[in-house]
Design a protein around this ligand. Structure first.
Ligand SMILES: Cc1cc2nc3c(=O)[nH]c(=O)nc-3n(C[C@H](O)[C@H](O)[C@H](O)COP(=O)(O)OP(=O)(O)OC[C@H]3O[C@@H](n4cnc5c(N)ncnc54)[C@H](O)[C@@H]3O)c2cc1C
Ligand SMILES: NC(=O)c1ccc[n+]([C@@H]2O[C@H](COP(=O)([O-])OP(=O)(O)OC[C@H]3O[C@@H](n4cnc5c(N)ncnc54)[C@H](O)[C@@H]3O)[C@@H](O)[C@H]2O)c1
Length: 464
């Protein structure tokens, strides 16, 4: 290797959703682009996060359907979960997407460099290549997109006891008979319910006052009731004092209220931390915040000249669709634009069964912000489609501004909520009044039709 770097118009460090989409787009426009990825073709979403988990949620839902088949008029036996088949299904979905990504990378003309990058100066990285050797690369512009990894808190005994993360549990080399889940956030609830559907006895421990602490208390309570119905043992407002594994292999989790939870495996799902250590960002002039995330401005510029950051590592809300929007922002700003992250309307869906889909403000946030609000409520059982699906669990709510008639936010817990929320989001983006959703003619019988009923529960402003 010479000391002169290979020069590119754009150098992307980490091939996550933001980085790979940007790399392909810029390469297709004829510029020289190098993307360094240490091993996961396509990034974490398709390899170890969204896609494998949602493939397994499909299996979990199928298992539930099979158990409830008689209610649908079907005489079906059992539905035993076979962990080898489960793993094969998940792998097949993942490998299909990885192969499609690899082909798209090739077609775009980007230079894919497989190896671990480390900054050795401004806009210059040394890459330890996966197949041996090194390369020195520089970019006229550089984008950091190295993502996050599971955070492991300092709990006495945990390292010796051995615990799982979302990544290691997804390898599925066995189905734990008893699974203890630490953390009742998005990862914790999705995994807890999925494994309960596969037949594991699940205990979920959340340090905060309730499940999904970002949500309104009535929404968290509705999720809690579903979990209790599923036989999940939920403990909230307790901290783990220590974790031990006995000679028989049983894990013993001692809580600070003196109680003891036992299991075969512990999944730690208490948040994610940025992948910035060992990246040499100090020599690149890139500032980090106290939690190790890259500090960016609203245009996703870092403290170093012509150096940008995108996705989880830039402190963006941790969703793939947000990483995609970060790509759009940088793409436009590389071309001299001023696109910004300010005031983005970011929906999300927690893939429990049924799903919890959210957009905009919660009721708590709307009140705190001083809005004069009305809150619409609807039990999902009131929606005809839910009856035909025989999935009547859940509740919907929406928050509207009484003065402007604009929709401020919605929380939909129910079947297909992740699809329905987009209609609410689009109405918000278009600045439509809530009455438009109350009065729109919507196909019958669909879940989206429930929006007519949800908003019909509100009072209209008197006509003046
Ligand atoms: C279990 C789980 C389920 C999730 N489900 C969903 C979901 O359903 N929907 C949703 O929207 N979001 C979901 N998320 C969040 C989503 O996965 C992330 O927000 C998203 O993947 C972030 O993408 P990114 O662009 O920041 O980078 P990432 O996809 O994290 O990519 C970063 C890449 O950088 C590479 N890298 C790191 N360091 C180096 C280095 N030094 N040199 C070279 N390469 C390097 C890594 O190998 C990785 O491929 C989930 C997350 C988890 C953990
Ligand atoms: N469907 C989706 O879109 C999806 C799915 C999974 C993950 N994600 C993304 O990944 C991010 C990370 O997910 P996550 O669930 O790891 O983090 P999170 O921040 O969503 O939740 C972590 C939870 O763990 C709790 N906690 C923290 N320390 C604890 C401790 N010592 N003991 C018990 N509980 C503790 C917190 O109070 C919190 O409720 C999410 O915020 C989300 O943005 C998205």
């Amino acid at each position: 290797m010479t000391d002169r770097p290979e020069e590119f118009d754009l150098l992307v460090v980490g091939g996550g959703k933001a980085g790979k989409t940007l790399s392909m787009d810029v390469a297709r426009s004829g510029q020289r682009v190098a993307m360094v990825e240490r091993g996961m073709i396509g990034g974490s979403c398709i390899n170890v996060a969204c896609i494998p988990t949602k493939a397994l949620v499909t299996s979990a839902r199928a298992a539930r359907h099979l158990r409830g088949a008689s209610a649908l008029g079907l005489a079906v036996e059992g539905g035993r979960v076979d962990v080898d088949l489960l793993r094969a299904h998940k792998q097949d979905v993942v490998e299909g997407m990885v192969a499609a990504n690899r082909q798209q990378f090739l077609d775009s003309g980007l230079h894919l460099v497989i190896g671990q990058a480390r900054f050795v100066g401004p806009r210059t990285v040394r890459v330890s290549l996966a197949n041996g050797g090194e390369r020195l690369l520089s970019g006229a512009d550089v984008v950091i997109n190295t993502g996050t990894r599971p955070h492991l808190p300092a709990v006495p005994g945990m390292a010796e006891a051995g615990v799982l993360t979302s990544e290691t549990l997804l390898r599925l080399d066995r189905l734990p008979a008893r699974l203890v889940v630490l953390g009742g956030g998005t990862v914790g609830v999705e995994f807890a319910q999925m494994f309960a559907s596969f037949g594991s006895m699940v205990t979920l421990i959340e340090g905060g006052p309730r499940l999904l602490t970002r949500e309104d208390p009535d929404v968290s309570d509705a999720v809690l009731r579903l979990f209790l119905d599923d036989g999940i043992d939920v403990r909230v407002g307790v901290a783990v004092a220590r974790i031990d594994r006995d000679v028989a292999g049983t894990v013993r989790v001692t809580l600070d209220d003196g109680s003891l939870v036992t299991g075969d495996d512990v999944l730690v799902a208490v948040g994610r931390e940025p992948v910035t250590d060992g990246l040499g960002l100090d020599v690149a002039g890139v500032r980090l915040n106290e939690r190790g995330f890259v500090v960016v401005d609203e245009h996703l510029r870092t403290s170093a000249e012509r150096t940008w950051a995108a996705g989880d590592v830039a402190g963006s809300p941790q969703f793939t669709h947000v990483a995609l929007d970060d790509y759009r922002i940088i793409r436009e700003n590389l071309a001299g634009g001023q696109r910004s992250t300010v005031d983005r309307l970011i929906p999300y869906t927690v893939f429990t069964t049924p799903e919890l889909a959210r957009v905009g403000l919660t009721e708590t946030e709307a009140r705190r912000a001083g809005h004069d609000i009305q809150v619409a409520h609807l039990p999902v059982a009131a929606i005809p489609r839910a009856r035909t699906l025989r999935q009547t669990e859940g509740m919907w709510k929406a928050i509207v501004d009484t003065r402007t008639d604009r929709i401020l936010g919605a929380a939909l817990l129910g079947a297909e909520a992740g699809e329905v929320i987009t209609s609410v989001q689009l109405a918000m983006l278009a600045g439509m009044p809530w009455t438009a959703l109350r009065d729109a003619i919507i196909t019958h019988p669909t879940m989206t039709e429930g929006l007519n009923l949800l908003f019909a529960s509100l009072r209209s402003r008197p006509v003046r």
